[in-house]
Ligand binder design. Structure first.
Ligand code: PXP
Length: 235
């Protein structure tokens, strides 16, 4: 069965607009959990533009489903993750000026630093996933670096239609197959919504989909509980 991880960052984005305590992303996480989400994703950005350190600690305390902390390999956020000890970390690239995570990690750059961070998390029994482009070389490198899982960036697929989207889908399928063959757990995410998820769902062996923006946006019209249940119905 394909599982759904809901990213609640944008509840925190809304909260930060006024600098108060509401809306609370942990409350959102609990609603998602109750609606059937299999895990909760929170991205602690270096600039703390949405999720704050305290949100993660409160979420870990409150949730019974796994907490997947998304983060760059910057020492300041790695230190928070090592204290928090979430079920899983997902390592992503981060650029200060970007609106969202624009691409996957390049495992052939800063390789020694990435490897060191993975080793530190493994020592604490934290599951490590690497957010990468659906690329065979990156997938193979993830295994060499000691990751448990990979999350394939579906942004290129989500941005395209017709034959171009099908080409991206084929790339994803090949990478999922390679990941499974190597013993890596394959996840996917970014830009997935209530329409484009239909073809992603057909990829055999894909374990988790991590979805944020489309679910939080739909919740404005339907409520969060319904938005999560609608997505679960599709996958
Ligand atoms: N997975 C990862 C690693 C991400 O960085 C993001 C975006 O924060 C998502 C999934 C969710 O993407 P979206 O918000 O477009 O659904």
């Amino acid at each position: 069965m394909m599982k759904l991880g809901v990213n609640v960052d944008h509840v925190a984005t809304l909260r930060q607009q006024r600098g108060g305590a509401k809306p609370d992303p942990v409350k959102a996480a609990l609603i998602c959990q109750k609606a059937g989400a299999h895990s909760i994703v929170m991205h602690l950005r270096e600039d703390r533009r949405h999720i704050q350190d305290n949100d993660l600690f409160r979420a870990k305390e409150a949730l019974t489903v796994p907490l997947n902390m998304e983060m760059a390999i910057a020492p300041s956020v790695v230190a928070v993750a090592l204290r928090l000890r979430p079920h899983q970390v997902t390592l992503v690239p981060e650029k200060r000026e970007e609106r969202t995570t624009e691409g996957g990690l390049d495992l052939f750059q800063k390789t020694a630093a990435i490897k060191r961070v993975i080793e530190n998390f493994k020592k604490k029994d934290i599951v490590v996933s690497l957010f990468i482009e659906p690329d065979l070389k990156q997938t193979a490198k993830a295994k060499i670096l000691g990751a448990d899982a990979v999350e394939f960036h579906t942004g290129a697929y989500a941005d395209k239609t017709g034959n171009a989207a099908r080409t991206e889908l084929t790339r994803l399928e090949h990478c999922v197959k390679l990941a499974l063959g190597l013993g890596l757990i394959p996840h996917a995410g970014h830009g997935l919504d209530y329409e484009n998820v239909a073809d992603i769902k057909k990829i055999k062996g894909l374990e988790d989909l991590n979805i944020g923006y489309s679910i939080i946006s739909r919740a404005l019209w339907t409520g969060l509980d319904r938005a999560v249940k609608d997505m679960l119905g599709l996958i």
